[in-house]
Design a protein around this ligand. Structure first.
Ligand SMILES: C[S@@+](CC[C@H](N)C(=O)[O-])C[C@H]1O[C@@H](n2cnc3c(N)ncnc32)[C@H](O)[C@@H]1O
Length: 263
């Protein structure tokens, strides 16, 4: 019986294939535009020979025919990779920046501002003839703790920013004082400083009255407190050294203890 299909529907590209199981190839009609079930071998009856209409179109590096739409899926693959890389970079920037920004968002804004070399020199001068334990409250990148450890103190730093604490530990190890310089990730308002005989603080004016009360309650009579750049509001310093931003005040607990009992 004669087929009722239009002639073009019966056309095979390349004519009758000598291979058994030849499948019908979409020709210029555009039928089956996905082309997923047609191989060059199928189409031409030979291995690797593309159909006439598709000759010369190859998938770079594979020697395969490029499928319609393959270029755009490759592009969208790169798009996904780039989106992933950009997203990862954003997450990394956020993770690093957040601990540096959060101190500024707290009730008392105490940002990371490292002590100058002159400031550290003045702190060390105020510690002359003193021994024992030392704490730097808000230890930043560890420079004060490390300098104190080099002077023979058992030095400890409390710092909110974990990146700075990890960096401080690395610095202490690199400078050979990791045995006497310890760093903790802690909120200064949640730590008791009662065990320390030397206390260093490079704070901000807004926090000094509250810290003053805390130290009055916690420190032993023999303790010394050293304030960098900003003095305590009510205490009378035993010594002052340096000028401008490098000024350092030393207070002896024996002179300020008992103030908390006053009305
Ligand atoms: C002005 S910097 C002083 C850094 C260091 N002491 C120095 O002299 O180089 C104050 C440090 O206190 C830290 N800080 C802020 N709020 C804190 C908190 N609640 N507890 C512990 N550290 C805090 C900041 O991250 C910053 O590193």
């Amino acid at each position: 019986m004669e087929s009722t299909a239009p002639p073009e529907r019966r056309t095979r590209v390349g004519g009758e294939s000598p291979c058994a199981g030849v499948r019908r190839v979409p020709a210029e009609s555009g039928e089956g535009s996905g082309g997923g079930n047609v191989t060059p071998g199928d189409a031409r009856g030979g291995r690797g020979a593309p159909p006439d209409g598709l000759q010369g179109e190859r998938w770079p590096g594979h020697g395969l025919l490029e499928r319609p739409g393959a270029g755009s899926s490759q592009r969208s693959g790169w798009g996904l990779v780039l989106t992933g890389v950009a997203g990862g970079a954003l997450v990394a920037v956020y993770a690093v920046a957040t601990p540096f920004l959060t101190p500024a968002l707290r009730k008392v804004c105490l940002p990371f501002v490292p002590a100058t070399a002159k400031q550290i020199e003045n702190v060390v001068k105020m510690l002359r003839l003193r021994r024992g334990s030392l704490v730097d409250i808000g230890s930043g990148d560890g420079r004060v703790v490390i300098a104190a450890a080099k002077e023979g103190f058992t030095a400890v730093g409390y710092e909110l920013n974990p990146w700075l604490v990890w960096y401080s530990r690395y610095r202490a190890w690199r400078e050979g004082v990791h045995g006497s310089a310890t760093f903790y990730i802690s909120d200064l308002w949640k730590v008791s400083f009662s065990q320390y005989s030397n206390v260093v603080i490079f704070g901000v004016p807004q926090m000094m009255p509250q810290l003053e009360r805390k130290l009055e309650l916690e420190l032993e009579d023999h303790a010394r407190v050293i304030a960098c750049r900003f003095p305590f509001p009510h205490w009378t310093p035993a010594h002052v050294t340096g000028d401008g931003a490098d000024t350092v005040w030393a207070y002896d607990a024996s002179t300020f203890k008992g103030r908390e009992k006053q009305p």
